[in-house]
Ligand binder design. Sequence first.
Ligand SMILES: *[C@@H]1O[C@H](CO)[C@@H](O)[C@H](O)[C@H]1NC(C)=O
Ligand SMILES: *[C@@H]1O[C@H](CO)[C@@H](O)[C@H](O)[C@H]1NC(C)=O
Ligand SMILES: *[C@@H]1O[C@H](CO)[C@@H](O)[C@H](O)[C@H]1NC(C)=O
Length: 387
Amino acid sequence: MQTADSLADKEKMLANYVPVFVMLPLDVVSVSNVLEKQEELRRQLRQLRAADVDGVMVDVWWGIVEAEGAKCYDWSAYRELFHMVEEEGLKLQAIMSFHQCGGNIGDAVDIPLPRWVRDVGESDPDIYYTNRSGTRNREYLTIGVDDQPIFDGRTAVELYSDFMKSFRANMADFLDAGIITDIEVGLGPAGELRYPSYPEAQGWVFPGIGEFQCYDKYMKEEFKEDATMAGHPEWDLPDDAGEYNDKPTKTKFFAAKNGTYLTEKGSFFLTWYSNKLLMHGDQILDAANEAFLGCKLKLAAKVSGIHWWYKDDNHAAELTAGYYNLNDRDGYRTIARMLARHDAILNFTCVEMRNSEQIRRAKSGPEELVRQCSMEGGDRSGMRKCS
Ligand SMILES: *[C@@H]1O[C@H](CO)[C@@H](O)[C@H](O)[C@H]1NC(C)=O
Ligand SMILES: *[C@@H]1O[C@H](CO)[C@@H](O)[C@H](O)[C@H]1NC(C)=O
Ligand SMILES: *[C@@H]1O[C@H](CO)[C@@H](O)[C@H](O)[C@H]1NC(C)=O
């Protein structure tokens, strides 16, 4: 006999229904790992259910769960939350959030990386993304330490991997019951697969071109090795790409005529920089697939919608973020292929639109960008449009 619920589910499927998930507040579990204001929360969940919402999305913060020490995971508050969500008849999309919450202008909540990770950063600040003049960004660990066993013997990728395995082990009942339908794997700052090239906390404002972020000692060393292997030991990381709020034409790197980005040296660097990002996503999604092997859920990853300077030949802002996309070079196809290899949905985010005058000055192309990426993504249902 079919229950009314499963009949309703069938109808939704037949109608090519796109489920509606609502994001829970960033601090639904407090920074001290407590599920606060439970009655209010339950009331809100009931309202969502009554409004025919399918489920909720929630950030599962690394900085909260593994706060007490390496491999000391405390899932109890998240379990309480998930239990309440289940009781109210909602589903869950869980986000593995390996980045810091807050630190950008207007951020209400502050959840740094775990203390013991930041302790490593006290003696070795090169674990963080670094700009050319040496400013560190503590939002997320640099790709440079992905394979460095400097966290009490573990590499950064192993830290992410162990966290996801612990999640699976401790949430097995919610996974088996189909309550958790999606896992979005955080792959960088703001959870997005990108470099932190446009940090507001460091003074970036729209539509600045941003900066490359590969000047920590680990990435520098890797670049030297890779350039040497390619027969160019004399090549260094770019020193002509300007600063956060420059216009492309103000820099030698992005100049229209003979810009470095068009030279052999420039394209070697851009290939290297964007490949590092791809390999980063590849490794973590590999770990996610291993952790969630046998679970009936969808993996998802977020890619940032960088639309400013999209209509300029140099695509400067996309390049600094790690998307090697030019008019004659599709930088998103490789990303979409990498995600597809891991059966992960591409979830494409667009920062909120500014007024059209700004968009014109910034040679911005949000609609064109969304069109390009929706062709790559294939499955439109996983994509968010700019509005
Ligand atoms: C690096 O970051 C600092 C601090 O925000 C900023 O002042 C500087 O312009 C950035 N870039 C370079 C190349 O110095
Ligand atoms: C660009 O390079 C060409 C050949 O190297 C040179 O003739 C030309 O003057 C350069 N243009 C500019 C604007 O630097
Ligand atoms: C993709 O992102 C949007 C907006 O953040 C969200 O509503 C949607 O649930 C996400 N999908 C997945 C599978 O994470």
